[in-house]
Structure formats: C-alpha cells, structure tokens
Design a protein around this ligand. Structure first.
Ligand SMILES: [Zn+2]
Ligand SMILES: [Zn+2]
Ligand SMILES: [Zn+2]
Length: 82
C-alpha cells in the first residue's frame, strides 16, 4: 500500500518513507522571534539576525553592507567612505 504526501502529492512506498520524505523535503524552521517559517535553517538564521539588530562589525555607511570578522578591519574599511 502506497501513501502520498499531503504537501506535494508525491508517492511514497510506506509511511516510514513518507516520514523521511517529510523530514527531508518539508522540514521547516521557525523564526524564534516572530514565528515566520523557512524552508532551510540557513535562511532562517539569516532572518533571525534581522531581529537581533546590527551584525558585529558591519559597515554602517549607507549602501555598504560589508561585514568584517575583526573590528580593526572595519575601522580600516570605513576610511573608504570619508
Ligand atoms: Zn512531499
Ligand atoms: Zn522573524
Ligand atoms: Zn563600507
């Protein structure tokens, strides 16, 4: 007896296969701040950063979105905007 996925209608050989399918294909990550759903954890992590405010060592100049691992790199970079 085959079962079909209620989300995408693809057929699976068994309920166990369907469970694996669901985990792999339809796994969603929720934003822990606003509950928005994401299809992958990377997109979610990126979105969550928008709730936590500024990124560490991000250039604050308008139109520039460079980020730096080190504070010093940002200081050096920020000179290009003056
Ligand atoms: Zn599916
Ligand atoms: Zn959110
Ligand atoms: Zn910059």
């Amino acid at each position: 007896m085959s079962v079909s996925c209620e989300k995408c209608n693809s057929k699976a050989g068994s309920r166990r296969v369907l469970t694996v399918h669901n985990l792999n294909v339809h796994r969603q990550t929720l934003c822990k701040y606003c509950g928005l759903k994401f299809n992958n954890k990377y997109a979610c992590a990126q979105h969550e950063r928008s709730h936590t405010g500024r990124k560490p060592n991000a250039c604050q100049a308008p139109g520039c979105s460079k980020t730096f691992a080190q504070d010093l790199q940002l200081q050096l970079h920020s000179k290009v905007h003056f």
